[in-house]
Structure formats: C-alpha cells, structure tokens
Design a binder for this molecule. Structure first.
Ligand SMILES: Nc1ncnc2c1ncn2[C@@H]1O[C@H](COP(=O)(O)OP(=O)(O)O)[C@@H](O)[C@H]1O
Ligand SMILES: O=C(O)[C@@H](O)C(=O)COP(=O)(O)O
Length: 429
C-alpha cells in the first residue's frame, strides 16, 4: 500500500469532519493520505499512501463503544505497519466528563505500552492555542467561546489538565510553553520527570506551528499521540524531515469535474455556520427545516426533497436544520438532547439520500455528527483529498462508492469563512 509497503502514520479520527480536516493537513504537509470511513473492508482498493485516517463516529457515543471501535481501527492500522498512531480529537476538545477522549486514550495507551502520551488540541491556523494547559478559541478561553453552547457537548472548563483528568484513569501533567521553547530535548527531559511521578498523559502547550514541530519530533519517540490537526502537522513535518515519507502533491484526477446539480446541508448550530447560512441566503435558495416537525417524525423530509427537486435544475440549494442556542435549548428540553440530535441527523441523512437519487453528485455538509450520518447513509467507504476550501476543510473525492463519481465537502461546524458555501461550490465543479 505504501512505498515501503508500510504506513508512516496511522490515524483514528473521532468524527468525519475531523478526519477530513486531518487528512487535509497531512496532504498539505506532503504525506499521501486517504480517509476511510470506518475500518476498511479487505476488498477496498486503496491507492499507495503514507497515511490512513480511519474516520469513526465515536465522539458522542457511549464510551465503551468508542473504545471498542477505536481499538479495531488501531489493530487495522498497526497491521498495516503504522508505528505511530494519532488519535484525532476536536481542536475544541469536544467531550464530556464521561469521555470519550480519556477512555479511548487510556485503552490505546495500554495497547501501545507507552509510558506517557502527548496530548494537544492546538491548531493555530484555526485559532486554537494552548497556554498553561488552557485552551483558547481565538482570543477567548474555551469556556467563553461559542463551544459553551454546543448542542451535544457544551464546554465549560478551559483547563485541559482538569478536563482530561476527569475522563482518564491516569494522572495528567503539563508540558508548558517555556519548556517547549527550549526544544525537543527539554521536552524529553520533562516527560521523563512526569513519568517518574506516575503521570501517564500530558497536555502540551502550543501557540505557533514551530511548537507543533517540536511536539511532532518528540511524539515520534512514542507509539501514540492524541490531538487535533496541529499535532498532525507536527508529525507529518517530522516524518518528511526524517525522510520516512517524501513530500507529494495532490493527484490530477482529483481536479476532474463531476458536474450536475449541487446541494448543501447544514446541521451544525455553531455561530460560524449560522453566519454562513445567512450569507448563502443572498446567493441560493435556502430551506429552513422545522426541527419540531423533524423530531415529531412528520413529513418534513419529503417536504424538503420536493422543495429541492423543484429548484436543483436552476443552481445550488441549501437545506438547514440549524438554529440559535435558545431554539436548540427549547427543542432539547421538549425531546431530550440525544433524541433531538439523532432525529435531526437521520432526517439530514434521508434528505442526502434523496438528493443523490435526484442526481446530486456535489454535496456540501456542515456539522461533524451531521456529516457522519450523511456519509454513512450514502455508504461511501473512503475519500481522496483534493483542493483546500478553507483551513481544515478540503474537497473530498469519494472512492469505492457505488453511486458513481461524487465530490463532497464535510465542514466542521466552526470552520470556514463567511461565504463558505459558495467558496466550496467554486472548488467542486
Ligand atoms: N435545530 C436544532 N435543534 C437541536 N439540535 C439540532 C438542531 N439542528 C441540528 N441539531 C443537532 O445538533 C448537532 C450538531 O452537531 P454537529 O453536526 O456535529 O455540528 P458541529 O460540527 O457544529 O459540532 C447534531 O446532532 C444535530 O442533529
Ligand atoms: O479539530 C477540529 O476542530 C475539527 O477537525 C473537528 O474535529 C470538528 O468537529 P465538528 O465541529 O463536530 O465538525
């Protein structure tokens, strides 16, 4: 599968948008990368690659199930020769006190027999930095950012040493920026000190890409690391520098137009997505689903598909369930958080299925869980990474799908500029 027949890097991502974000970062850093949906079937034809990102939908499921699925992905990646595995989590550390970052990290650490695991969600390109163990989103601490209102995992503590300690069975330490700025050997010495005091995982500060390069170098001494695309960048640069992988560029086939009608679906309720939807209203027809009707199992899906079919011939359309935090809270208080989220995700998957049956082969999806539901329903086994639409969001070309050529963009709720939907469609001819 790879030049030497072995993977340089194996990755397990806890959601699909996060996986495509990481696959994008690895590709831009020079690693030939493929994103698979779940653990690949034996007969899935994959091109020669340096890195595989196995996408799971394990961020918001029961912790024990997240562990089982992550370990299955780990076994597959190790079986393909991956010496190092990155467990890709969200750059905003999306989780609850029940998990799933801690439990999955603990299980993978036990399998890898690493004494200590480096953990950092820093991704400076998208404004995620970590200082003294505190995660900042842009200029504000995590608990003051829009993530405090996330529908599934509201984040109320920006101190990641505390957050991870509540989820993990091991003690959690900190490698601070001052240590990091003294270079890889200073970090190694600090890790030895932490290990001596019985600490099995450590948050690592990072503010600039150069910090991530240092982290990447040191992480390669170990078999496991945990973090977002930033640590992926550090690992990829360290691998390329060590010549375990040669810089490579995207395949020309990725630029071949697919054509036909295009559609966008939004299930993210993030501030960024709400703004992007408002801007899309100026350039394409937008249908706002009624979440109450969706959860009540009414004919909202059929209404949406009929609306879309009347318009697809004239240009792109957008269908959104997204609402403001107050409206989300109202729906959740009536139906429960998980039931509401699940019903809306399934409605989005039904709509995606109907759209593809109506000839849509260019599809933009906003929201991690939403993207997971859609991609599962479309039974797409994997993606190659194409052009970058915005930081963390590439154009994806479906591989091995039974429904013909298809391009998608899976946008993390928080990512993308104000005109994201039109920006994406320009790059998805
Ligand atoms: N109007 C709404 N009310 C309540 N929940 C909603 C609404 N619209 C979407 N959701 C749910 O909110 C969650 C959004 O999560 P996700 O798709 O991962 O977005 P993000 O990338 O912003 O985290 C999903 O479970 C989705 O079904
Ligand atoms: O690391 C990130 O921020 C993203 O890659 C990511 O995981 C986003 O998750 P969603 O916001 O649920 O799409």
């Amino acid at each position: 599968m790879t030049r030497a027949g072995k993977l340089s890097l194996g990755c397990i991502a806890d959601d699909y948008t996060g996986a495509s974000d990481l696959a994008n970062t690895l590709t831009r850093a020079g690693l030939r990368t493929v994103q698979t949906i779940g653990v690949p079937a034996d007969d899935l034809a994959l091109p020669e690659v340096d890195a595989v990102v196995v996408s799971l939908k394990s961020r918001s499921i029961e912790a024990g199930l997240a562990v089982t699925r992550s370990r299955a992905a780990e076994a597959w990646l190790r079986g393909r020769g991956a010496k190092h595995i990155l467990f890709k989590i969200c750059s905003t550390f999306d989780s609850t006190d029940a998990g799933n970052i801690g439990p999955v990290m603990d299980a993978l650490r036990a399998d890898s027999r690493d004494a200590i695991v480096l953990v950092t969600p820093a991704f400076p390109e998208t404004g995620r930095t970590v200082y003294q163990g505190n995660l900042f989103v842009g200029s504000v601490p995590l608990n003051e950012s829009p993530l405090k209102d996330h529908p599934l995992n509201p984040m109320h503590d920006s101190n990641l040493v505390r957050v991870l300690a509540r989820q993990s069975t091991t003690k959690v330490g900190l490698v601070d920026l001052a240590t990091l700025s003294r270079g890889a050997d200073a970090v190694r010495a600090k890790l030895a000190e932490l290990t001596q005091s019985g600490i099995g995982a450590t948050i690592v500060d990072a503010v600039f890409d150069r910090d991530l390069e240092t982290i990447g170098q040191v992480a390669l001494d170990h078999r496991l690391s945990v973090g977002a695309s930033g640590i992926g960048l550090g690992l990829a640069r360290a691998l390329v520098a060590a010549s375990k992988a040669k810089p490579d560029s995207a395949d020309a086939m990725l630029a071949t137009p697919v054509g036909g009608p295009a559609a966008c679906l939004a299930g993210s309720c993030s501030q960024a997505t709400l703004r992007q939807i408002a801007n899309a209203e100026k350039v394409m027809p937008v249908l706002h689903l009624d979440p109450e009707q969706v959860v009540a199992g009414k004919d909202e899906t059929q209404r949406a598909l009929a609306w879309a079919r009347d318009r697809l011939g004239a240009g792109p359309i957008l269908i959104a369930s997204s609402s403001t935090p107050d409206q989300v809270a109202a729906v959740q208080s009536r139906h429960g958080r998980d039931a509401a989220g699940h019903a809306i995700e399934q409605a989005m998957a039904d709509i995606a299925d109907g759209l593809v049956q109506s000839g849509v082969h260019r599809l933009v999806v906003a929201g991690g869980e939403t993207s997971g539901a859609v991609v599962d329903r479309l039974r797409i086994p994997g993606f190659l990474v194409g052009a970058e639409i915005a930081a963390g969001v590439p154009v994806l070309r479906a591989v091995g799908a039974g429904r013909g050529e298809m391009v998608l963009a899976l946008k993390s709720g928080n990512f993308g500029g104000p005109e994201f939907f039109s920006d994406a469609l320009v790059l998805m001819p």
